[in-house]
Design a protein around this ligand. Structure first.
Ligand code: PLP
Length: 399
């Protein structure tokens, strides 16, 4: 069968032990305390349903007005979102996409020939592997290290560039997730400067994924990379996290940088976008209302996140085996647990023994075992009981 298909699709599609365990658990109808919930539409939040539905019904949607970058009214609303953060972005520098995944694919197509490399942080979000593979892009990891908070490890960044060049590949971009999923760490101004310097030396671009930017736990609001003009910079975001509306399929990319290269990037991206014209009219017309929803949704989510963190800390304070890593923003917490086997073993055992579902750190390429990832947007009662059972279980194996 393999003869039919491109090598890039020869994935191992067998399910892992974790997924098999979860399927069996569900089939058996057993109780599940799911601490991985990251779909905001299923965690008991209140949406302004009537406003959202009304926004989707618009007579103007009966006329087709193809615009490669997306409707101006939608882009103006998004520019307004950045203006609220004190950053002036012209709607001309914004391109709408149906997801950040689609925005990544546009950028990879713009920057990379087959075999070119993009540097990605590790640990980080696992979807990048597939996105890159589908676009024939090679991912080269650079490390984030934990030392009183997560930081870019400069030696590892330089080594990643050297490794790339040594194979004859070109280093086309450095990706940052701001704040990173799942470490919850923001990129600091001095780290961004480092990335800009490496980009300048390699004719490479910064790609900044800011889907969780608004969920900061820090006293000061972090800066958006959409203000970075020292390197060609693509800033990605969208309504799946900003307004907790993943089903609406609205995302965008903003282009910044030195004027000549920025303008060339925008002209080329416009051709890529024109080739797909993937945004639907009703959704684009609804963007201003959907974006407004963020105020109510972010208030609810921040309350949930802070409440769950407090609950986690108070349960952790009553024991000594586990602790959580510092976190600056986002929807996740990382729990350090004693290493008695692989993280996947522990996750499978927690499911079987306690009916608690967590994500093992290796899903995100942590350098070592002993990390579990918890979703902080989990409903409060589930979170409380799930953490209690988790700590109870770890206490039995840690003895
Ligand atoms: C870092 C990061 N980027 C992007 C996405 C997906 O965003 P979208 O729904 O716009 O494709 C996620 C989803 O969890 C994410 O964690």
């Amino acid at each position: 069968m393999a003869g039919f298909f491109a090598r890039r699709t020869s994935w191992d599609l067998t399910t892992n032990r974790y997924t098999q365990g979860l399927d069996a658990h569900r089939r058996a109808g057993r109780e599940l305390l799911d601490l991985t919930a990251s779909n905001p539409t299923t965690v008991g939040l209140e949406y302004r349903e009537d406003e959202l539905l009304r926004a989707l019904v618009n007579r103007e949607a009966l006329r087709y007005e193809p615009q490669p970058k997306g409707l101006l009214s939608a882009r103006e609303a998004i520019a307004g979102y950045y203006a609220e953060r004190g950053v002036e972005i012209s709607p001309d520098n914004l391109i709408l996409t149906t997801s950040t995944s689609e925005a990544y694919s546009f950028i990879f197509r713009l920057l990379c020939d087959p075999g070119d490399a993009v540097l990605v942080p590790t640990p980080s979000y696992p979807l990048f592997d597939f996105l890159a593979e589908i676009q024939d892009v090679k991912l080269v990891p650079y490390e984030l290290v934990y030392d009183h908070g997560w930081q870019v490890e400069p030696t590892s960044l330089f080594a990643a560039v050297d490794r790339t060049l040594a194979t004859g590949a070109r280093c086309r971009a450095i990706l940052v997730v701001h704040p990173n999923n799942p470490t919850g760490s923001f990129i600091q101004p001095r780290e961004l400067q480092l990335l800009n310097d490496v980009c300048a030396a390699n004719d490479a671009a910064v790609i900044a994924d800011e889907v969780f930017l608004d969920y900061a736990l820090t006293a000061q609001q972090p800066l958006t990379c959409a203000a970075n003009n020292d390197a060609l910079t693509f800033t990605l975001s969208g309504l799946s996290k900003i307004s907790a509306l993943p089903q609406m399929k609205v995302a965008w990319l903003a282009v910044n940088g030195p004027p000549a290269v920025k303008s060339a990037a925008l002209s080329r991206l416009e051709v890529v976008a024109d080739t797909y014209l993937s945004m639907s009219a009703p959704i684009q017309l609804a963007v201003p209302t959907l974006l407004q929803e963020r105020h109510s949704m972010q208030a609810q989510l921040m309350q949930r996140i802070r409440g769950n963190l407090q609950e986690l800390d108070s349960q952790l304070a009553r024991q000594k085996l586990c602790h959580r890593l510092d976190i600056e923003g986002g929807w996740y917490a990382i729990l350090r647990v004693p290493v008695t086997g692989s993280d996947e073993d522990l996750a499978v055992a927690l499911l079987q023994e306690k009916g608690v579902l967590v994500q093992p750190g290796h899903f995100y390429d942590f350098a070592a075992d002993g990390h579990l990832v918890l979703s902080l947007i989990t409903p409060t009662d589930t979170f409380r009981s799930g953490i209690a059972r988790l700590l109870e279980y770890v206490a039995t194996i840690g003895r």
